[in-house]
Design a protein around this ligand. Sequence first.
Ligand code: WTA
Length: 615
Amino acid sequence: MNSHQASNWSDLAKEFTWKTDFKSELSGGFEKGDITWFKEGSLNICENLLDRNIEAGLGEKTAFFWEPNELNNSLKKSFSYNEVLTEVSKFSNALKESGIKKGDVIAIYMPMVPEAVFASLACSRIGAVHTIVFGGFSKEALRSRLIDSKTKLIVTAKTCYRGNKTIDLLGVAQEASKDLDHLSHLVFVDNSDTSANEQSGLNQISYTDFVKGMPTTFEPVYVEAEHPLFILYTSGSTGKPKGLVHTTGGYMVWSAFTFKEVFQFQDDDVFWCTADIGWITGHSYFLYGPFLNGATQVMFEGVPTYPNPDRFWKVIEKYKVSHFYTAPTAIRSLQCLGDDWVLNSDLSSLKVLGSVGEPINLEAWQWYNDIVGKKECEIVDTWWQTETGGVMISNIPGKTQAKPCLATKPLSGINPALLDQNANVVHDNNQEGILCISKPWPGIARTILNDHNRYLETYMKPFPGYYYTGDGAKRDDDGDYRIIGRIDDVVNVSGHRIGTAEVEDVINKSGLVIESAVVGIPDETTGQALLAFGIVSSTDSSEVLENKVNEAIKEKIGSFSKVKKFVIVKDLPKTRSGKIMRRLLRKVATKDENLGDTSTLLNPDCILEIKKSLY
Ligand code: WTA
């Protein structure tokens, strides 16, 4: 895909194969949330990703290398574009045989194994909708997603290998899938010696048996440009997780264009995005954007420190990775282990280093630049969200200037604005404002599954005429943006997006507290960490309660949402209308003395009490 100025999305879109040409670029808008791109066009994204590249001569090119958790794993480790197409076609045929049709939802609850790629792309080939659920989510979190999306078939694996840990993924998937009328099939990758229990009421079958004897070709099913491609659940500031819906045509153009533009990727480069496919980064910059551009990628099953803390660097050396994309939390945790692990690896293939998921702090940026990149790589600090589908603000290697800790400039065609609480545009530089976007772009999520009203309320209504991001930002005198962080109750722990409301809900329902409040506080390694405050009636110590609370969180959401500390308090600061002032709790926890006017609180005295409990 050309990396020219995207002033005209139609030109970019026309580089792809369409079954029926589209008639218009953009129609609809933020107001009604009826954003439509490439109206009347029909296409198949999988055809664009595989067949189109194969026709262009890339059939024998490596689509991806698979780096398993174990160094001595003897399974097949690289797949050409031709081979991917064969595997995807087999899986597509098997889906069809199982009665899966265009528009049906398929859940992918898998580790980073090649079959996850084949299964996901097979969904898009037959016009089904995938919902990929991160393997770290618990049975209940998975179940709620299966129910909300009315999943028909789930693909999983017996085991998830992460360093020296093994997780019984199949067991979790089976538990989550019990007695759901809409769910008829469970397919599992047989990746361990353990025996698989039968699951009554479900057609349970191993991946190998599922695709056995299936034809190796499958005609793509063409869908309209606005046909849903996938649902991805993410956390918001209130309520249950939102199933964001991304649609086919716009997402294809956006993920492909942003990949090419931000990474300035060349044909012989090797791209490695360390994100799990369960997160948006794994969707846009592993599953779709790079493959749409015919790139060669690395897919990694393991963790950065297994078997040694140099695993990342050895993988870069082994595959001569030129473009490496990871999160600040990973950078910080590897920085803590010392420079030698990096210096003893040959990283001379690296050209571009990317950062995503949270603001990168100066120390981490410098280490990434100096030690990993040897001051010879471009660092791209890419700001975007699950909702935006692809990168929105980033410097561009060779085109625009990088600045440590600043995402810098919007991509061509993206118009950010900073607004104050009263919806006035902040014109002055170096002033904090709420980051909003003033025009729809092709990759924006189109709705929240089953709740379009919530979509409008969350993103379109706070500031009419703008898409509301939930992030605070500043613009400097060069017009470069620095992202400050969330201004709502969403927290980024190790790059995982967590809604404090969800965690509070688990704590409140655990029976351990009368009332609780959870806030995010800065943390040296994980970026932010969760701090829980609870009014309790038991005599348990805060350590005991912390363990109990974390057990409940592990069961209901997943271990990655555990709280770092549980603080027992007598009261929580509240407004006169009874709303908990989490902002104040955050300030008290970070010893910020500038609490503002606390006289309007219902119970201002509790602040002193909370300070005593904390320090
Ligand atoms: C934060 C991840 C600062 C931000 C792609 C956003 C960032 C949230 C950056 C979305 C960055 C992402 N600098 N903050 N470069 N990238 N964020 O949906 O708060 O998991 O709103 O998408 O991550 O997280 P999500």
